[in-house]
Design a protein around this ligand. Sequence first.
Ligand SMILES: Nc1ncnc2c1ncn2[C@@H]1O[C@H](COP(=O)(O)OP(=O)(O)O)[C@@H](O)[C@H]1O
Ligand SMILES: [Mg+2]
Length: 298
Amino acid sequence: MSAAVLYCCDPLNPRRVDEHFGLEAREVRARGGTVALIDHDALLRGDAERAVARVSGGLGGVWYRGWMVPSDGYAALAEALGRRGCELLVTPEQYRTAHELPGWYPAFAEVTPASVWRPAGPREVLAMEDLAVLAKRLPPGPGIVKDYVKSRKHEWDEACFIPDLADEAGLARVVRRFVELQEESLAGGVVLRAYETFAESGSVRSVRSVRAETRIWWLDGEPRLLTPHPDSAFESELVPELDRIGSAVRRLGCRFVTTDAALRADGVWRVIEVGDGQVSDLHQVSDRGEFAALLVGS
Ligand SMILES: Nc1ncnc2c1ncn2[C@@H]1O[C@H](COP(=O)(O)OP(=O)(O)O)[C@@H](O)[C@H]1O
Ligand SMILES: [Mg+2]
């Protein structure tokens, strides 16, 4: 039996798939897959029962495909589905591992920029001394800040890029601004990462650009699909070197993950970010049929 796929419903019309995932869901149905709907807004409000109210019982193993869900919300979703005889094919533990940097970092340490982190709550004002101690565990030079899941790359100078990790005042300013802008959505805590310079077609790319990132979709440890990063303006023509990344993915042991790979200026492929494949976005040019076949065929 092919797996069913749970999509987020359209907030204005709960009987329909959210427009962002509409084409993908149609392709799943066209391949004989079952599509069911959950209410993402209800899940984020903490009402997992309501979120799954439209899921009919006994679907068996299901993938989720939709907007990101905090790890606790995913665990609540799994429980609510379990009461209806449905089992998420990615366990809550696997989801957290792939979704949050402290979960995936140990498996990827050799192939991703050096990173350190500390837990923090929304709007927490972090002491400059504590941040300085944290930053000292990274090599000297520039860095970036993000939370366990997301950065604020679109506010690069203000809330992402740290020109010099040893400049305590500068470090505290960027990190505090990041925390402030994340508001309630701050996930888990604060991550500091050593900055690395990535290349694009032989030239150093703009630090803001994600053009050269290639998203690799791994199912059960195998690279099944390569797509341009969803934020990139162009289709990437670069094919990453997969051996070392594949070893890291298999160490991670999660069923369905994405890795965003970029070519460093010295010609080494690096993983910028790992994600759970269920909540990773596709580039608008990517073939939804090919993607649906991955979900349904497994
Ligand atoms: N360690 C790093 N060195 C250089 N650039 C980085 C580093 N980490 C992130 N970036 C840049 O910032 C962007 C956003 O970082 P990322 O970790 O992918 O966060 P997000 O979850 O917001 O996409 C990346 O696409 C990349 O261009
Ligand atoms: Mg990213």
